[in-house]
Design a protein around this ligand. Structure first.
Ligand SMILES: O=C(O)CCC(=O)C(=O)O
Length: 318
């Protein structure tokens, strides 16, 4: 499963795919079931009359996304919003099955190959449900579409603060259902991590790397449940639009070495693995959930944390 070729590929290409790392029955199924309960609760709350319980969790999520025009998404994500106001009761999903996924041994064994044995769960993380593009209405908020639609070209280092520029960040992208070219899998420019941090736009009209800076060779990465894609923080990547009839469902997580800035200092991090100080590992899912709730309390109704890496009035991005 994990071989040293993975590290060579990562170093050479800026990404690597490890196949069949997470067992679908024992590792992914609990997460899917946990989300099934989340969606049932949200269904009762948002669309009590129309909600159809007799479909799969992903279909129930799609129904909710469609009928709430994406407004239910924040309650399923595993973080606080970056581009929307944080309120004392901003919903998030912080369930024990997700926490166990973040600490999964096989996943951390792979992460250890890239960044060593002192591993922080970096709070730059999302659950993404990507509905068929044709079912997305114009009533979705722009920041919801950023997380649930086609993703524009970017490097992950561009979306953390400058203090993390030398942090050994690694991105982990894993699907809960088949991620295909049709339903909007990731797209990468192999080797682009060697270019350093390139210009990004972050204007109301366009977020991401301008098209003329993207290399010629764009490679789609279809993957199956159980597979994991590892991404270098400087790799140019995007995702395709979902032109299928079903949903694409995934998590993107980040890990970084203990003691290095995470790039989102206002969000909670935790020690996922420490070979030197195992007593510092966070093992209690309730404490993890509490750490996000206390971040929410601290941030609620305050000006949004400054994330001013790119000039919002950049004339090159008009
Ligand atoms: O899942 C997607 O569509 C995009 C994910 C992504 O760009 C990321 O994880 O940085």
């Amino acid at each position: 499963m994990l071989s040293s070729n993975l590290l060579d590929e990562f170093t050479d290409q800026g990404y690597a795919i490890a196949r069949n790392v997470l067992d679908p029955d024992t590792v992914l199924r609990p997460v899917i079931d946990e989300y099934g309960s989340v969606v049932d609760r949200l269904g009762k709350q948002w669309i009590p009359d129309e909600y159809d319980r007799d479909t799969s969790p992903v279909e129930r999520m799609l129904q909710l996304m469609r009928e709430t025009h994406g407004a239910c998404f924040q309650a399923m994500d595993i973080t606080l919003p970056l581009e929307d106001d944080i309120l004392p009761d901003t919903p998030m999903h912080l369930g024990p099955a997700v926490f166990r996924l973040l600490r999964n041994e096989a996943l951390l064994d792979a992460v250890e190959m890239f960044i060593g044995p002192e591993i922080l769960s970096n709070p730059v993380q999302h659950m993404r449900i990507k509905p068929p593009q044709r079912s997305i209405s114009a009533k979705n908020k722009a920041h919801t579409l950023t997380l649930t639609g086609k993703t524009s070209w970017h490097q992950d280092l561009a979306v953390v603060t400058e203090d993390a520029d030398r942090t050994g960040l690694v991105g982990v992208w894993l699907p809960l259902n088949e991620a295909t070219v049709e339903n909007g899998c990731l797209l990468v420019v192999p080797g682009s991590h060697r270019l350093g941090l390139v210009h990004h736009c972050d204007t109301p009209a366009f977020q991401g790397i301008p098209e003329h800076l993207i290399g010629e060779r764009k490679v789609p990465l279809p993957v199956s449940p159980g597979d994991i894609i590892f991404l270098h923080p400087l790799l140019m990547h995007a995702s395709l639009p979902n032109v299928s009839d079903g949903g694409r469902w995934s998590f993107d997580l980040r890990y970084s070495p203990v003691g290095q800035p995470t790039g989102r200092r206002w969000y909670p991090e935790f020690v996922a693995r420490s070979r030197d100080h195992p007593e510092t590992e966070l093992t209690d899912p309730d404490r993890w959930a509490d750490s996000w709730r206390s971040a929410r309390r601290a941030l609620a109704r305050k000006p949004r944390p400054a994330f001013a890496r790119w000039d919002p009035a950049d004339p090159l991005c008009a």
